[in-house]
Design a protein. Structure first.
Length: 268
């Protein structure tokens, strides 16, 4: 089933120095833009992360420190990347939990402020896990009926992710999904907004879920001693908590969101 689009969608996959969103860096980024007319545009870029690539990461993606030593830094290519995804929704495999948060961190470190609020995010892994609960290679074999060649190659994984989503639209057309609360709905609709809603794990305010919306739509902390407590209430009653987060190893995007809430409080 061809994906129905209101905006172009960029499928992305990152190869990185490790799996820590705050500390690790991108070493390769693959972007596949699907335009409204169905035409595709690719961008593949290796990046010098300016920190060592862990041996564990190299074993997975095969990229060594020597391979990226002569490549540009992310800051040098950030504006090119921003232009490529401008006006686009984003999709990937495990992208809501890893690729998009890490990419947002890299943009902020490069002083390129990308507005993510109006974008829709489709996480193909979330759809797959909710319906089949497996991996990308298994998803590709299950939905596309062929083995995934060159798994963990960024471009191969990116193209496979796009193919899997198209196949998911065909596979689950009209199929009802039962969630953890016993409610049923028709989850897979050929609509980016509906796919984005279905592939979201939580109602995150930031990308990594340190701040989330509660059932009333209020921003609350989702960790530590203040879990479940409205952010504004904590900032008002515990003024030092803001400084503690800003000076600790939280993602830059989480700090940005918290700062926006604090500034909003000051304007009241």
């Amino acid at each position: 089933m061809q994906l129905k689009l209101k905006n172009p969608v960029v499928f992305l996959d990152l190869e990185t120095t490790g799996i820590d969103i705050v500390k690790d860096r991108i070493v390769e980024i693959a972007l596949l833009k699907v335009h409204l007319d169905g035409t595709e545009e690719e961008l593949l870029q290796r990046v010098n992360p300016e920190i060592p690539i862990s041996s564990e990461a190299t074993r997975i993606h095969g990229i060594t420190n020597e391979d990226v030593a002569g490549e540009p830094t992310f800051k040098e290519v950030a504006k090119k990347m921003a232009r490529f995804i401008e006006g686009c929704d984003l999709a990937g495999f495990n992208s809501n939990r890893f690729d998009i948060p890490l990419l947002a961190e890299e943009f902020l470190r490069a002083d390129v402020d990308i507005d993510m609020k109006k974008r829709k995010f489709i996480d193909v892994q979330a759809i797959f896990h909710k319906m089949e609960k497996r991996t990308l290679a298994a998803a590709y074999l299950f939905y596309c009926k062929k083995p995934l060649i060159d798994a963990h190659s960024a471009l191969a994984d990116t193209k496979a992710t796009y193919e899997v989503l198209q196949a998911q639209l065909d596979t689950y057309k009209g199929v009802e999904y039962e969630d953890n609360h016993g409610k049923t709905s028709i989850p897979i609709k050929n609509d980016v907004e509906k796919l984005s809603e279905f592939s979201a794990y939580d109602r995150n305010v930031d990308f990594v879920g340190r701040i989330v919306y509660n059932d009333k739509g209020v921003e609350v902390f989702n960790f530590g001693k203040n879990k479940g407590i409205p952010v504004e209430k904590v900032l008002e009653e515990q003024p030092g908590y803001f400084g503690w987060i800003m000076n600790s190893e939280f993602p830059l995007y989480t700090k940005k969101v918290l700062t926006q809430i604090k500034l909003r409080m000051m304007e009241k």
